[in-house]
Design a protein around this ligand. Structure first.
Ligand SMILES: [Zn+2]
Length: 135
Protein backbone atom coordinates (compact mmCIF):
# COMPACT_ATOMS: atom_id res chain seq x y z
CA UNK A 1 0.00 0.00 0.00
CA UNK A 2 1.53 3.32 -0.94
CA UNK A 3 0.43 6.82 -0.09
CA UNK A 4 -0.69 7.45 -3.66
CA UNK A 5 -3.41 4.85 -3.29
CA UNK A 6 -5.19 7.14 -0.83
CA UNK A 7 -6.92 10.38 -1.69
CA UNK A 8 -8.79 12.83 0.49
CA UNK A 9 -12.57 12.78 0.60
CA UNK A 10 -13.94 14.74 -2.39
CA UNK A 11 -15.18 18.13 -1.21
CA UNK A 12 -18.74 17.58 -2.42
CA UNK A 13 -18.99 14.54 -0.13
CA UNK A 14 -17.46 16.07 3.00
CA UNK A 15 -20.80 17.02 4.60
CA UNK A 16 -22.20 13.50 4.24
CA UNK A 17 -18.91 12.00 5.32
CA UNK A 18 -18.83 14.03 8.54
CA UNK A 19 -22.40 13.09 9.32
CA UNK A 20 -21.63 9.36 9.14
CA UNK A 21 -18.51 9.69 11.28
CA UNK A 22 -20.09 12.03 13.82
CA UNK A 23 -22.74 9.39 14.43
CA UNK A 24 -20.04 6.75 14.88
CA UNK A 25 -17.75 8.74 17.13
CA UNK A 26 -18.64 7.04 20.43
CA UNK A 27 -18.59 3.47 19.08
CA UNK A 28 -15.81 1.36 20.59
CA UNK A 29 -14.80 -0.03 17.27
CA UNK A 30 -12.43 0.58 14.42
CA UNK A 31 -15.24 -0.31 12.04
CA UNK A 32 -17.81 2.38 11.45
CA UNK A 33 -21.45 1.60 10.71
CA UNK A 34 -23.19 3.14 7.71
CA UNK A 35 -22.23 3.28 4.07
CA UNK A 36 -19.51 5.26 2.37
CA UNK A 37 -20.94 8.38 0.69
CA UNK A 38 -18.63 7.78 -2.26
CA UNK A 39 -18.88 4.06 -3.11
CA UNK A 40 -21.90 3.08 -0.93
CA UNK A 41 -20.07 0.08 0.51
CA UNK A 42 -19.90 -0.74 4.23
CA UNK A 43 -16.15 -0.34 4.52
CA UNK A 44 -15.72 2.68 6.75
CA UNK A 45 -13.16 2.74 9.54
CA UNK A 46 -11.68 5.24 11.95
CA UNK A 47 -8.64 5.33 14.16
CA UNK A 48 -7.53 7.77 16.85
CA UNK A 49 -3.89 8.55 17.40
CA UNK A 50 -3.59 9.85 20.92
CA UNK A 51 -1.34 12.78 21.62
CA UNK A 52 1.58 12.08 23.91
CA UNK A 53 0.62 11.66 27.56
CA UNK A 54 1.52 14.34 30.07
CA UNK A 55 4.45 13.72 32.34
CA UNK A 56 4.25 12.12 35.80
CA UNK A 57 4.32 15.36 37.74
CA UNK A 58 1.31 16.76 35.95
CA UNK A 59 -0.75 13.58 36.14
CA UNK A 60 -0.15 13.17 39.89
CA UNK A 61 -0.97 16.77 40.70
CA UNK A 62 -3.31 17.34 43.62
CA UNK A 63 -4.48 20.73 42.43
CA UNK A 64 -7.98 20.48 41.10
CA UNK A 65 -7.40 22.90 38.25
CA UNK A 66 -4.44 20.89 37.09
CA UNK A 67 -6.28 17.64 37.42
CA UNK A 68 -8.99 19.07 35.22
CA UNK A 69 -6.35 20.11 32.75
CA UNK A 70 -5.03 16.54 32.75
CA UNK A 71 -8.52 15.20 32.31
CA UNK A 72 -9.21 17.45 29.36
CA UNK A 73 -6.05 16.50 27.61
CA UNK A 74 -6.25 12.79 28.39
CA UNK A 75 -8.31 12.01 25.31
CA UNK A 76 -6.63 14.47 22.99
CA UNK A 77 -6.06 12.74 19.68
CA UNK A 78 -5.95 13.12 15.93
CA UNK A 79 -8.17 10.89 13.89
CA UNK A 80 -8.01 9.23 10.52
CA UNK A 81 -11.26 8.16 8.89
CA UNK A 82 -11.24 6.06 5.76
CA UNK A 83 -13.10 3.81 3.37
CA UNK A 84 -11.27 0.56 2.74
CA UNK A 85 -13.20 -0.01 -0.48
CA UNK A 86 -12.68 3.17 -2.50
CA UNK A 87 -9.59 4.38 -0.57
CA UNK A 88 -10.60 7.87 0.43
CA UNK A 89 -9.71 9.31 3.83
CA UNK A 90 -10.15 12.30 6.08
CA UNK A 91 -7.50 13.38 8.58
CA UNK A 92 -8.83 15.35 11.54
CA UNK A 93 -6.45 17.16 13.83
CA UNK A 94 -7.38 17.45 17.53
CA UNK A 95 -10.43 15.25 17.28
CA UNK A 96 -10.86 13.88 20.81
CA UNK A 97 -10.65 10.10 21.22
CA UNK A 98 -13.96 8.47 22.17
CA UNK A 99 -14.46 7.05 25.68
CA UNK A 100 -13.03 3.52 26.00
CA UNK A 101 -10.65 4.02 23.10
CA UNK A 102 -7.49 1.97 23.86
CA UNK A 103 -4.41 3.78 25.07
CA UNK A 104 -2.51 2.36 22.15
CA UNK A 105 -2.58 -0.65 19.87
CA UNK A 106 -1.39 -2.00 16.53
CA UNK A 107 2.01 -0.49 17.22
CA UNK A 108 1.00 3.06 16.29
CA UNK A 109 2.96 5.22 18.68
CA UNK A 110 1.07 7.99 20.49
CA UNK A 111 1.94 11.46 19.28
CA UNK A 112 4.34 10.24 16.62
CA UNK A 113 4.69 11.52 13.11
CA UNK A 114 2.72 9.07 11.03
CA UNK A 115 1.75 8.91 7.43
CA UNK A 116 -1.90 8.22 6.78
CA UNK A 117 -1.03 5.15 4.72
CA UNK A 118 1.20 3.63 7.41
CA UNK A 119 -1.47 4.00 10.09
CA UNK A 120 -4.20 2.57 7.85
CA UNK A 121 -1.93 -0.35 6.90
CA UNK A 122 -1.21 -1.13 10.55
CA UNK A 123 -4.88 -0.96 11.52
CA UNK A 124 -6.08 -3.06 8.57
CA UNK A 125 -3.45 -5.71 9.28
CA UNK A 126 -4.58 -5.75 12.90
CA UNK A 127 -8.28 -6.21 12.15
CA UNK A 128 -7.60 -8.95 9.61
CA UNK A 129 -6.02 -10.81 12.51
CA UNK A 130 -8.27 -9.80 15.43
CA UNK A 131 -11.48 -8.43 13.95
CA UNK A 132 -11.27 -5.17 15.87
CA UNK A 133 -9.18 -3.37 18.45
CA UNK A 134 -10.12 -5.88 21.12
CA UNK A 135 -8.51 -9.25 20.35
ZN1 LIG B 1 -15.95 4.10 -0.22
Amino acid sequence: MSTSKWRVVPSDLVAQWLEVFDAAWSQSSVRVGGVCPNCHERALHHFYIRHKMLNEWQSSSTFEGEREGVHRQKDAADSIEWCAHCNIYNYVKDQGAPPRWPETFVGVENGGNHTVASVIDAVMNHIVKYGDFRP
